[in-house]
Design a binder for this molecule. Structure first.
Ligand code: WTA
Length: 649
């Protein structure tokens, strides 16, 4: 079948539909009719120690409780039960290292390693409900550490390994975390990179005494110096060889983990996820949307340091007992065929990646995938940002060979799992449009007053019924949880709560939703969420900077980059030296992912009469768009000056 032009529809190939986990269209209606009991179907994918009493308790909305009084353990569900079911020799994790190493962890291996680490953590003093921070690159010890924490009822907080020392310290402080699992270093494109020195810098910043476990990734001997309360992972594990730890009974609502994400203020938000609802939802969406079966080899190319990796490399796939591929490297090292070589060698069935990666593959050319046999692939997925129809088609034609449906999945750190996408064995695909809300998910596009937007009109993406995978609160900040997510669109007079996603969207006549991107001060750079205020406060911390405003600039290649507009303090020049210090300041405070690609020095920033910086206006200037009304500015004359400097960049 030839790929249709933009805006056309495409049905999933019958070869896919015949074997799909979900094929009956009536599921939408069934979930609606049976809501919220429909979610028992997700809970049934797990093994419960004690049955829950109630599917949904909304008596303290928007603090919802799912599967109330149910008891379970996430590590038991992701590991033990598969071993008990006679699948101990089945591969759980196929690891592909950056230097070309490969390693398979069977469910039995996983059981042993998770238990030994759980016993180690206990020995070090980790108690249930203590938050353990994990700061590891994509090595098997990362999911092992998450599952070991889950086993002993200690919530984990995984901090992306590329984040800076400052970012690590901020997150540890915010979570009062006194335990850290990290490593000596890791490889970036073949070069060894020191992680431990970042850790030591972060620890200097913390008042609390921290117990640190250091995994050796770089070589035979752990040649970094271990300070007070710092231990060699391997030695600790050796002393627990063969130890087993009974999985701790957790309440469905007990916290499984915290995941920090960027919001509209300078402070990252600690999104908390529950044990029962989150795990059930991750497993359900992995089965229904990614069509994963236990015998599959499934690959999500995200980093476990973000929510996508939590839900769709670790918890969802392992709860279903499938084989999850975990890749440590980058798509273009040692060459641009690397991913396709991994797909071919492992005979990957389902592949899930980000649009920014697809656009890079497209730029490199089809000769790279063409060199490999990709016929094992059955389904493709994307996540993280809107996918433009051209990239969608390239993915469909050159990776899927016109035989794999594509699921364009919209969701967020806060939603825990996928929310808006087609079901691959049911729904017609429309390139560039994520799809309808999943069964049981009541997502809508509304106008400023919260009324449903007309088809074709842009509005705000909201969800007016809770779902099991939803965040439960922001760590120790119920107030911010309520005000950021629920207050903007809920009617205080009624007891009906509406969740606001922070995204703009459009809905069409068939109820398909096209996500347009963030409407708040959050940027999406290569699928990574960055708060403009976080970057701005890093820049303002640089000596010589008076004020800064950060916006998303559209590069010629269609990617979004960080552009910074900066005014200097009296006596400082906006020169190359200051520019370099600004870039270094951002890298030190957040990490290289937030590095500003452009720094534009301006005499002043445009402000409203109440003194608020008009980022939108700067965004229009950066992207050479028509400028809107500037009459609300306190200093309209500055616009011309900024445009003049901007043209020189
Ligand atoms: C964006 C990642 C369009 C959106 C799972 C959302 C998307 C933010 C899509 C969440 C998609 C994610 N189409 N936009 N399919 N998926 N987004 O928390 O702006 O890192 O709010 O979670 O990514 O990013 P987060």
């Amino acid at each position: 079948m030839a790929t249709p032009p933009d805006g056309r529809r495409l049905d999933p190939p019958s070869s896919f539909v015949e074997q799909a986990n979900v094929t009956d269209e009536s599921i939408y209606e069934e979930f609606e009719r049976n809501w919220p009991d429909c979610w028992e179907r997700a809970a049934e994918l797990l093994e419960w120690e004690e049955e829950y009493e109630e599917v949904l308790d909304g008596s303290d909305a928007p603090f919802y409780e799912w599967f109330r009084d149910g008891k379970l353990n996430a590590s038991y569900n992701c590991v033990d039960r598969h071993v008990e079911a006679g699948r101990k020799n089945h591969a759980a994790i196929r690891w592909e290292g950056k230097l070309g190493e490969t390693h398979t962890t069977t469910y039995q291996d996983l059981y042993r390693r998770v238990n030994e680490l759980a016993a180690t953590l206990r020995e070090l003093g980790v108690d249930r409900d203590d938050v353990v921070t994990i700061y590891l690159p994509m090595i098997p010890e990362l999911p092992i550490a998450m599952l070991a924490c889950a086993r002993i009822g200690a919530p984990h907080s995984v901090v992306f390994a590329g984040f800076s020392a400052d970012a690590l310290a901020t997150r540890m402080k915010s979570a009062d975390s006194e335990y850290l699992i990290t490593c000596d270093g890791y490889y970036r494109r073949g070069d060894a990179f020191n992680q431990k020195s970042k850790v030591d810098n972060a620890l200097l910043d913390l008042d609390a005494s921290v117990t640190t476990v250091v995994v050796n990734r770089l070589g035979e001997a752990l040649d970094c110096v271990l300070g007070d309360r710092q231990y060699d992972y391997r030695k600790l594990i050796r002393s627990q060889a063969g130890a087993t730890v009974e999985p701790v009974t957790r309440d469905a609502e007990d916290m499984l983990f915290i995941m920090y994400t960027s919001g509209t203020t300078g402070q990252p938000k600690g999104v908390t996820h529950s044990t029962g609802g989150y795990l059930a939802y991750a497993a359900w969406t992995t089965q229904a949307v990614l069509d994963v079966k236990p015998e599959d080899t499934y690959w999500c190319s995200a980093d476990i340091g973000w929510i996508t990796g939590h839900s769709y490399i670790v918890y969802g796939p392992l709860a279903l007992g499938t084989t999850s591929v975990m890749y440590e490297g980058t798509p273009d090292y040692p060459d641009r065929s690397r991913l396709w070589e991994i797909v071919e060698r492992n005979a990957v069935d389902v592949f899930y990646t980000a649009p920014t990666a697809i656009r890079a593959f497209m730029k490199w050319g089809q000769e790279y995938p063409d060199q490999h046999d990709l016929s094992s692939l059955r389904l493709l997925g994307t996540v993280g940002e809107p996918i433009n129809p051209r990239a969608w088609k390239w993915y469909y034609d050159h990776i899927g060979d016109e035989e794999c449906p594509i699921v364009d999945t919209w969701w967020q750190t806060e939603t825990g799992g996928m929310m808006v996408t087609t079901l691959p064995g049911v729904g017609t695909m429309k390139p560039g449009t994520a799809g309808p809300p999943l069964p049981g998910i009541s997502a809508n596009v509304v106008d400023t007053d919260g009324n449903e937007a007309e088809p074709g009109e842009s509005g705000y993406l909201t969800v007016d019924k809770p779902w099991p995978g939803m965040l439960r609160t922001l760590y120790r900040n119920d107030e911010r949880y309520r005000s950021e997510y629920w207050e903007p669109f809920s009617d205080p007079a009624s007891d009906e709560w509406v969740y606001f996603s922070g995204d703009g969207a459009r809905i069409d006549d068939d109820g398909y939703i096209t996500v347009l991107g963030r409407v708040d001060d959050v940027l999406n750079v290569s699928g990574h969420r960055l708060g403009t205020m976080e970057i701005e406060s890093a820049i303002v911390g640089v000596e010589g900077v008076a004020e800064a405003a950060v916006v998303g600039g559209q590069r010629g290649d269609g990617e979004t980059a960080v552009y910074a507009y900066v005014s200097t303090e009296h006596g400082y020049e906006g020169d190359e030296e200051l520019r370099e210090r600004i870039v270094a300041g951002v890298e030190d405070t957040i990490g290289p992912i937030a590095r500003p690609e452009q720094v534009v020095f301006t005499p002043e920033l445009p402000k409203t009469r109440s003194g608020k910086i008009m980022r939108r206006l700067l965004e229009d200037i950066a992207n050479e768009e028509e400028l809107g009304d500037t009459s609300a500015l306190r200093n309209p004359e500055v616009v011309g000056e900024i445009e003049a400097v901007d043209r020189e960049r």
